[in-house]
Ligand binder design. Structure first.
Ligand code: CP
Ligand code: NVA
Length: 307
């Protein structure tokens, strides 16, 4: 039975922790797993730009002995040039896994439904689970534990925020989303995380006061104010989100040893100041590197038994 990775919630707590164990081994010695996915092909479908996701999946599958095929936004036009069903039915005969970065979440759900091979969500408008896996691997590396930690995400209640809530829920990390009124996380995403959190006792909260939200935070996280596809709103959002900028003053209200996190790309001077992103407690490039290791573990779990 093939497995997909469309949401962090597709993995149980134990599966996430096991993935992190594998990821840490892969990070310690990239050669040890050189044949783990020997001959397995991964299609990379991109309908939005990328630096980290493209590089880490491309290099990651090769480090595991497989190979990748990059399909650019101009090439497939999922659902326009060809139906999602037909794209899935073609590609499943050619590759052993498909990573997709696209707009509508229903596109990855449709691909997962139709394709016999695993589908990995490389970001939709709704969620970014691979990012959250790398982020929580990073938190584990820095803090050495999850239990009782608090992560405060400051900014838009977007795809990244949704996946962070899911990961916190699974791993017992309290997650507070601090956002302007009208930019809260999607209600279903919030409810799904709250439901999942019942097993671990994690608190998932939404708060509109950023200073109150970062009190007691072990990690302060932010993301761009206008996501890919929302470029037309950039200027309007700057005015609304400026009170949510993660700057030295806001960080001073978090714990003294709070780490600063960002999925990148960052817009310095908007959602984060250079002083914060370049400070010693900023782990943004460690998160970026961990995309590679976390995703290698996910690919390994999903693709090792695909013929
Ligand atoms: N964080 C992240 O997904 O980066 P890219 O958009 O560059 O892939
Ligand atoms: N929220 C951002 C994340 C980029 C990695 C976006 O969707 O553009």
């Amino acid at each position: 039975m093939k497995r997909d990775f469309l949401s962090v919630l597709d993995f149980t707590t134990d599966e996430i922790l096991e993935s992190f164990d594998i990821a840490r081994k892969m990070k310690a010695n990239r050669r040890e797993f050189a044949d783990a996915l020997k001959g397995q092909a991964l299609a990379l479908i991109f309908e939005k730009p990328s630096l980290r996701t493209r590089t880490t999946f491309d290099i990651g599958i090769q480090q595991l002995g497989g190979y990748s095929l990059y399909l650019s936004p101009a090439e497939i036009s999922l659902g326009k040039r060809e139906s999602i069903h037909d794209v899935a039915k073609n590609l499943e005969r050619m590759v052993q896994g498909i990573m997709i970065r696209t707009f509508g979440h229903e596109i990855v759900l449709g691909m997962a439904h139709h394709a016999k091979v695993p589908i990995i969500n490389g970001l939709t408008d709704y969620s970014h689970p691979c990012q959250a896996m790398a982020d929580f691997l990073t938190i584990q590396e820095v803090k050495g534990k999850f239990d009782g930690l608090k992560l405060t995400y400051v900014g838009d209640g977007n795809n990244v925020a949704h996946s962070l809530m899911d990961a916190g829920a699974r791993l017992g990390v309290n997650v507070t989303i601090a956002c302007p009124k009208g930019y809260e996380p999607n209600l279903i995403a919030y409810q799904d995380a709250v439901e999942a959190a019942k097993k671990t006792g994690a608190k998932i909260e939404v708060e509109h006061d950023p200073i109150k939200a970062v009190k007691g935070a072990d990690a302060v996280y932010t993301d761009v104010w206008a996501s890919m596809g929302q470029e037309a709103e950039t200027e309007a959002r700057k005015k609304i989100f400026m009170p949510y900028q993660v700057n030295e003053n806001l960080m001073s209200h978090a714990k003294d040893d709070a780490m600063f996190m960002h999925c990148l790309p960052a817009h310095r001077g908007d959602e984060v100041t250079s002083g914060v992103i370049d400070a010693p407690n900023s782990v943004v490039f460690q998160e970026a590197e961990n995309r590679l290791h976390a995703q290698k573990a996910v690919m390994y779990k999903l693709m090792k038994d695909i013929d």
